[in-house]
Design a protein around this ligand. Structure first.
Ligand code: ADP
Ligand code: MG
Length: 551
C-alpha cells in the first residue's frame, strides 16, 4: 500500500468527523496541512489574522452544529488564536484549533516559533493534546471532535509537530476511528417537568427567557409550540433572538427591563443569569422570583439565583416533555391578564420614546434613524451580525429576527473584533444566503482587513458601518493641540474605501435621505460591499432606567 503523510491522515479524519470548513493562515509547518485539507474536500479559507480565523471557526461551529476548524502556525499563530478560544469557551460553542508545532527532535532547543502550545491553550480548551505519532491521529481527532460537541460545547486543541505533518508512513498501518454521532439528548425528570408546569400555572407574571442554549439545541419548534400553547410571554436573549420570531405577539423585547423586574416566575431556558441578565438579582429582577431552570449542564443550576425547579436536560428534549405534558391540558395564561396589559402598555410607551428619533431627518444621523432604514431593508433570511457598543445594543432592539441562529454578536464574553470573522464563518456555511454585518467604526477596525478575505472568496457580505468617530462617540474634528482623546478615531475616515480597494461595492452616506438607496444598491450586488454611514458623534441610546453594566 502507498505511503501517506501526517497532514493527509489529519485532513482525512477531520473530514470524516464532519469538519467541512477550516479557517486559518498558512506558513511553516502547516502549508501541507491546508493543501491536504483541500485535497480531501475541506473548504479551507485563508484569512488575514488568526484571531478572526478562530472567530470564523466558532461561528461556523455554532451554525452547523459540528465543530469546524481553525488552522494556525506554531508560536505566534497559536497565541493569536487564543482570543477565539476564550470567546468560544465563554459562548459554549464548539471549535477545533489545530496548531503547527516545531519538530519534536528540536524540543527545548529554542526552535523557530517554539512554544508550549498545549499549556498555552489549556485554560480555554476542554481537550488539548499533542499528536505524537501518525497512528494516533484518528484517535485524537475523534476525541477532540466528540469532546468539543458533547456535554457543554467548547473549544479543543490538537498540536501537530512538523515531523508528524511531513513524515510519511505506510497507509496500511493507520487504523480508523468511529465517526462521532449527534450529541445525546438527555430528558429531565418527568416529575420535575410536571412540578415546573404547576409553578407556571400559579404565576401571576410568568416569563420565559429563551437563551442561545435553545438555539444551539435546535429547540425552535418546541419552544414556539410551548409559547403558543401556554400564551406565556417570552424574552429572547441577544442570540436567543429568532428561536421565536421577534414579531410574535408574546415577545416582551420592547419592554425588557419591565418584564425582568416584574416577573414572579421565570422559565430560564438555555440562558445564564450572568452579566447580560444582571445576575437575576435586584434591582433588575424581583427578589422573590422563582426560577425554573432548564439547562443541559448541572453545574449551571442555581448559579446566582437558587433554582425553584432544576430541569437538567437537552433544551429540545425537555421542551418536548413540556409540550407532551400539556397536550390535553387546556390551561393558558389569560390574554387579558394585568401582566399582559402592563407589558403591552410598556411596549407602546417605549415605541413612542424612539418614534421621534426614528423620524429625525437631520444630518448627521442618529442611530434610530439609521436602523429604521436598515430594518426595512433587511430580508428575513439574512444572517445578522451586530457589533459595537451602541450599534450592537440599539441594533438588537431595532433589527428584527424571524429565524433561529440568524444573529451573532459580541456574546457572553463581550468581545469586540468578532464581526468580520463571524461574517465569514456564517457566509461559508450558508451558501446562497446574505450576511449583513452592522458594526460600529471601532468594531470594524479590529478586523477590517478581512474584507480582502470576503472579496477573495466572493462572499455575499454587506458590512454597514455606523461611524460615530470612535468608541462611544468621538469628536467632530481632531483637537488642534494636544493628543486626540483615547476614545476618538479619525473623523475624516472613509472606511468604505477599503471595499473599493478590493473591488467590492463602496457607499458613503451623510444624509439620511440617501441611506435606503445606498443599502439597496449594496443589496443588488449579491457580493461584498461596505455602506459607510456618518453618524452624529453625540448620538446615543434612548434614556435608560438602568446603566448597561450592573455594578
Ligand atoms: P444567553 O447568552 O443566550 O443567555 P448563555 O450562553 O449565557 O446564553 O447560556 C446558554 C445556556 O444553555 C448554558 O448555561 C448552557 O449550559 C445551556 N445549554 C447549552 N446547550 C444546551 C442544550 N442542548 N440544552 C439545554 N441547555 C443547553
Ligand atoms: Mg464608534
Amino acid at each position: 500500500m502507498a505511503d501517506i503523510s501526517g497532514a493527509r491522515i489529519l485532513a482525512r479524519n477531520l473530514k470524516q468527523q464532519g469538519v467541512d470548513h477550516v479557517f486559518g493562515i498558512v506558513g511553516f509547518p502547516v502549508v501541507p496541512v491546508a493543501r491536504a485539507m483541500q485535497s480531501e474536500g475541506i473548504n479551507f479559507v485563508g484569512m488575514r489574522n488568526e484571531q478572526s480565523a478562530s472567530y470564523a471557526a466558532q461561528a461556523a461551529g455554532y451554525l452547523t452544529g459540528r465543530p469546524q476548524g481553525c488552522l494556525v502556525v506554531s508560536g505566534p499563530g497559536v497565541i493569536h488564536a487564543l482570543a477565539g478560544l476564550a470567546n468560544a469557551k465563554e459562548n459554549l460553542w464548539p471549535m477545533i484549533l489545530i496548531g503547527g508545532a516545531s519538530p519534536t527532535d528540536q524540543n527545548g532547543m529554542g526552535a523557530f516559533q517554539e512554544e508550549d502550545q498545549v499549556a498555552a491553550v489549556s485554560p480555554w480548551c476542554k481537550y488539548a493534546r499533542r499528536v505524537e505519532s501518525h497512528d494516533r491521529i484518528p484517535y485524537y481527532v475523534e476525541q477532540a471532535v466528540r469532546t468539543s460537541l458533547f456535554g457543554r460545547p467548547g473549544p479543543v486543541y490538537l498540536d501537530m509537530p512538523a515531523d508528524v505533518i511531513d513524515g510519511r508512513v505506510d497507509e496500511a498501518g493507520i487504523g480508523s476511528a468511529p465517526t462521532v454521532g449527534e450529541p445525546p439528548r438527555a430528558h429531565a425528570e418527568p416529575d420535575l417537568v410536571r412540578g415546573a408546569i404547576a409553578v407556571v400555572k400559579e404565576a401571576e407574571k410568568p416569563l420565559v427567557i429563551v437563551g442561545k442554549g435553545m438555539a444551539w439545541s435546535r429547540a425552535e419548534d418546541e419552544v414556539r409550540q410551548f409559547i403558543d400553547r401556554t400564551q406565556v410571554p417570552f424574552l429572547a436573549s441577544p442570540m436567543g433572538k429568532g428561536v421565536v420570531p421577534d414579531d410574535h405577539p408574546l415577545s416582551v423585547g420592547a419592554a425588557r427591563s419591565h418584564a425582568l423586574r416584574e416577573a414572579d416566575v421565570i422559565l430560564l431556558a438555555g440562558a445564564r443569569l450572568n452579566w447580560i441578565m444582571h445576575y437575576g438579582q435586584e434591582p433588575r429582577f424581583n427578589p422573590d422570583v422563582k426560577v425554573l431552570q432548564l439547562d443541559s449542564h448541572p453545574e449551571q443550576i442555581g448559579h446566582n439565583v437558587p433554582a425553584e425547579v432544576a430541569l437538567v436536560g437537552d433544551g429540545r428534549a425537555v421542551m418536548g416533555q413540556f409540550n407532551a405534558e400539556l397536550a390535553d391540558d387546556p390551561w393558558q395564561h389569560r390574554a387579558d391578564s394585568p401582566w399582559r396589559r402592563s407589558i403591552a402598555e410598556k411596549i407602546a410607551e417605549n415605541e413612542d420614546a424612539v418614534a421621534g428619533m426614528q423620524a429625525d431627518e437631520s444630518a448627521p444621523m442618529n442611530y434610530y434613524r439609521a436602523f429604521r432604514d436598515i430594518a426595512e431593508w433587511l430580508r428575513p433570511d439574512d444572517l445578522i451580525i451586530g457589533e459595537g457598543a451602541n450599534t450592537m445594543d440599539i441594533g438588537r432592539t431595532q433589527m428584527p429576527n424571524t429565524n433561529p441562529r440568524h444573529r451573532l454578536d459580541a456574546g457572553s464574553y463581550g468581545t469586540m473584533g468578532i464581526g468580520l470573522g463571524f461574517a465569514i464563518g456564517a457566509a461559508v456555511c450558508n451558501p446562497g444566503r446574505r450576511v449583513v454585518a452592522v458594526q460600529g467604526d471601532s468594531a470594524f477596525g479590529f478586523s477590517g482587513m478581512e474584507m480582502e478575505t470576503i472579496c477573495r472568496h466572493r462572499l455575499p457580505v454587506v458590512v454597514v458601518i455606523l461611524n460615530n468617530n470612535g468608541i462611544g462617540g468621538g469628536l467632530d474634528e481632531l483637537p488642534e493641540d494636544g493628543p486626540p482623546p483615547p476614545n476618538m478615531y479619525l473623523p475624516t475616515a472613509r472606511y468604505e474605501k477599503i471595499a473599493e480597494a478590493f473591488g467590492a461595492g463602496a457607499y458613503h452616506v451623510e444624509d439620511p435621505a440617501e441611506l435606503r438607496a445606498a443599502l439597496d444598491a449594496a443589496g443588488k450586488l449579491e457580493g461584498p460591499a461596505i455602506v459607510h454611514v456618518r453618524l452624529d458623534p453625540k448620538a446615543g441610546r434612548k434614556p435608560q432606567a438602568h446603566g448597561w453594566l450592573t455594578r
